[in-house]
Unconditional design. Structure first.
Length: 147
């Protein structure tokens, strides 16, 4: 009889150790998922921010080019605003604004600063929207030569 008890308890030990290994694997999987899901969501937000930054760069450069082809500050401002209005916005870009336009005939440069408001698709606590700024400098092309 003692031999049977020893064999049956050995079988139970095997089953219990198998269950505890499965439980350990389940806990490790859940812990891994709890780390990987926020990292994946953060990388998705980072991708959206990088794409919006590239879009803002293109918008600012196009506005600066449009302003540099004009004679005078008023026409340059109108041309820059027109270039910004023609720009295509993605679904995550909520607003594009012209912050500053510096038409400096002395240095021969036009400086345009734009700001883009980006709505993040996966909002983390405290961060729902990001504002990106870009400054583009272009030489003034529309300066008439000396007579």
């Amino acid at each position: 009889m003692p031999l049977n008890r020893w064999l049956s308890s050995k079988g139970r030990r095997r089953r219990l150790s198998t269950y505890s290994r499965r439980g350990q694997s389940l806990v490790e999987t859940i812990a891994g998922i709890m780390v990987l899901i926020p990292l994946g969501l953060f990388s998705f937000d980072l991708t959206i921010v990088l794409m919006a930054n590239q879009t803002n760069k293109e918008i600012a450069e196009n506005a600066a080019r449009a302003a540099s082809n004009q004679l005078g500050v008023a026409k340059a401002t109108q041309a820059a605003i027109g270039a910004i209005n023609k720009a295509t916005k993605t679904a995550n870009i909520t607003n594009i604004t012209l912050l500053d336009l510096n038409y400096n005939v002395g240095t021969g440069n036009v400086t345009v600063t734009t700001e883009v408001d980006v709505q993040l698709p996966v909002a983390f606590p405290g961060v729902k929207q990001i504002n990106l700024r870009y400054t583009a400098i272009e030489p003034i092309v529309a300066i008439p030569g000396p007579a």
